[in-house]
Design a binder for this molecule. Structure first.
Ligand code: ZN
Length: 157
């Protein structure tokens, strides 16, 4: 497992658009925005209007927190001090299992994996886990592989 993230070096300040989302992670709920008019779901929640129908009537959808690795990168050069001890770590784009829409749209989220580079592959199932930080108001979602897939694919050098 990559080293720990030093949350004492991160300052996360929920704002008007993200406060409910952070309250969700504290309650161990993975939320995505959902349009009440057409049902479209998206992440991150900072966009206040639906990209499909422009409605401002939005709500939250509680996703199961299960998905599939759509792609990933291995970060070896930390840009933020909090991640110096964590490199090399994997940032994945995850397709949420229960956020697939009839027109083929799939909600994708980015997340820092708990797993090593050698364990992560495109196509593998994964699930969210919640990590406490030094700030009791902030619980960070992380992702971990939770199964196998016959068609998993891994980047090679
Ligand atoms: Zn909409």
């Amino acid at each position: 497992m990559p080293g720990p993230i030093d949350y004492s070096k991160l300052r996360i300040l929920p704002d008007f658009d993200t406060a409910e989302w952070w309250a969700g992670t504290k309650a161990r709920k993975y939320l995505v925005r959902q349009c009440k008019a057409c049902g479209h779901k998206w992440f991150p929640p900072i966009f206040p209007a639906c990209a499909k129908c422009a409605s401002l009537d939005v709500a939250w959808f509680e996703a199961s927190g299960k998905g599939k690795v759509y792609s990933y990168v291995v970060v070896v050069q930390p840009i933020v001090g909090a991640f110096i001890g964590a490199v090399p770590y994997v940032v994945a784009i995850i397709e949420l299992d229960d956020c697939k829409e009839a027109d083929g749209t799939v909600t994708r989220v980015a997340g820092v994996m708990l797993d090593e580079e050698s364990e992560v592959a495109i196509g593998l199932p994964c699930e969210v886990v919640y990590e406490e930080t030094n700030d009791p108001k902030i619980v960070m979602p992380r992702w971990k592989i939770n199964g196998t897939a016959a068609n998993a694919w891994r980047f090679t050098e």
